[in-house]
Design a binder for this molecule. Structure first.
Ligand code: ATP
Ligand code: FE
Length: 371
């Protein structure tokens, strides 16, 4: 089985070709980070246009780099949600055009399930059930993966996701946003003193597995305002004192942001072991999982419970086509796919997009345990 995966749910246009034995034949990502840095956020219409401009080229490049033609493909997998519907549609239309022209079955993929399942491509020992922490710009999820397509949601964010807090911190600290804010904060944090700014840990008194990053964001904003940091001056031109204040804030923010993850993961492991005593792994994926500090700290957490941490390599943590192709393969194996669309599929055909699509059922017991 050779599957093309297409991803356009947010601000990256990505495509990849993966074989069912897990071999990655090609991987292409075209990022809109430049646009985002210029306009300070994702404007759906602008993002849609950017996807439309590059989608044909990205898919063509994936096919060429794999040394194949479309005729060698067995199926096309595409993200159908959650995400911005205007953006999702660009990917789905492309997938239907390719599938229609070459008579290929099509597999609709859940973006967050793909973030979790790509871990099974890199770690062959990873079997269901397992626990997953999915951390990105728009999501902050703790889920128990029972089986393909079958998840229990132990926790989610009540406001912002951790990636959003990283991005705003980078912006307010005047860091280079061309490659998204997270990596810039991680890098600067290495120079700082993580104990120097006293941020409080979110939701300390809530005995559940939910997250909150809006309050920490505000604390960061206030700390920056009270320290006379000239965020308009690029970091490379900042005085050494200014640079070290910025680094202290970056390090202190990162420490507390991750402490919140650690606390929630500890509780989630305890809940998860009650529901599925056989779990052996914690998967950490999504863009923020490419952060080395996050990985190191969560590794300490799982060791306490004799579990194993599985983190995909950074380029498979951030949005990519490989995870979509792989999740397509897993679904294909159990017969979950749609027949090829007609070759003359009208462009405006409304495919079943799912812009809001929760991953699994909420854990009902959790609400009572939390009290
Ligand atoms: P979604 O929320 O729909 O999964 P997304 O658009 O947030 O998708 P991802 O690529 O999964 O896309 O995650 C991007 C996020 O990950 C951004 O907020 C980015 O700042 C963050 N991120 C990337 N690398 C790092 C890092 N090294 N440290 C911290 N955060 C990072
Ligand atoms: Fe993502």
């Amino acid at each position: 089985l050779v599957v093309l995966g297409i991803e356009t749910s947010c601000d990256d246009t990505a495509a990849a070709i993966v074989r069912s034995n897990g071999e990655i034949l090609s991987q292409v990502v075209s990022s809109q980070a430049d646009l985002l840095a210029r306009y300070g956020g994702v404007a759906p219409k602008m993002a849609e246009e950017a996807h439309s401009q590059v989608i044909d080229q990205v898919v063509q490049e994936a096919v060429d780099k794999a040394g194949l033609t479309e005729r060698d493909l067995s199926a096309v997998a595409v993200t159908i949600g959650p995400g911005l519907s205007l953006c999702l549609r660009v990917g789905v239309q492309k997938a239907r055009r390719v599938a229609g022209s070459f008579n290929l079955p099509i597999i609709g993929v859940h973006h967050m399930e793909a973030h979790a399942l790509v871990a099974r491509l890199i770690e062959k020992e990873l079997r269901f059930p397992f626990l997953a922490l999915l951390i990105s710009g728009g999501h902050n999820l703790l889920v128990l993966a029972h089986d393909l397509g079958h998840y229990t949601q132990l926790g989610t964010t009540i406001d912002d996701a951790i990636g959003e807090a990283f991005d705003k911190t980078a912006k307010w600290l005047g860091l280079d946003m061309r490659k998204s804010g997270g990596p810039a904060v991680e890098k600067l944090a290495q120079e700082g003193d993580a104990e120097s700014v006293r941020f409080s840990i979110p939701m300390k008194h809530h005995k559940d597995c939910n997250f909150s990053y809006a309050g920490l964001k505000t604390q960061v904003k206030l700390a920056i305002a009270s320290r006379n940091i000239a965020a308009k001056v690029p970091l490379s031109c900042a005085s050494s004192q200014d640079r070290s204040s910025r680094a202290d804030i970056a390090a202190s923010f990162q420490r507390v942001a991750v402490l919140h993850l650690e606390e929630r993961c500890e509780r989630a492991v305890e809940w998860a072991l009650k529901i599925e005593p056989s779990i052996k792994h914690l998967v950490v994926s999504g863009g923020v999982a490419s952060n080395q500090y996050v990985r190191a700290r969560l590794d300490q957490v799982v060791k306490k419970y004799s579990l194993q941490l599985v983190c995909p390599p950074p380029n498979l943590c951030t949005d990519n086509g490989v995870m979509v192709a792989w999740t397509g393969i897993e679904n294909f194996h159990v017969g979950r796919y749609d027949p090829p669309p007609p070759a003359n599929d009208p462009e405006d055909f409304m495919y079943d997009l799912r812009p809001r699509w929760p991953l699994g059922e909420e854990y009902a017991e959790g609400r009572s345990e939390a009290r």
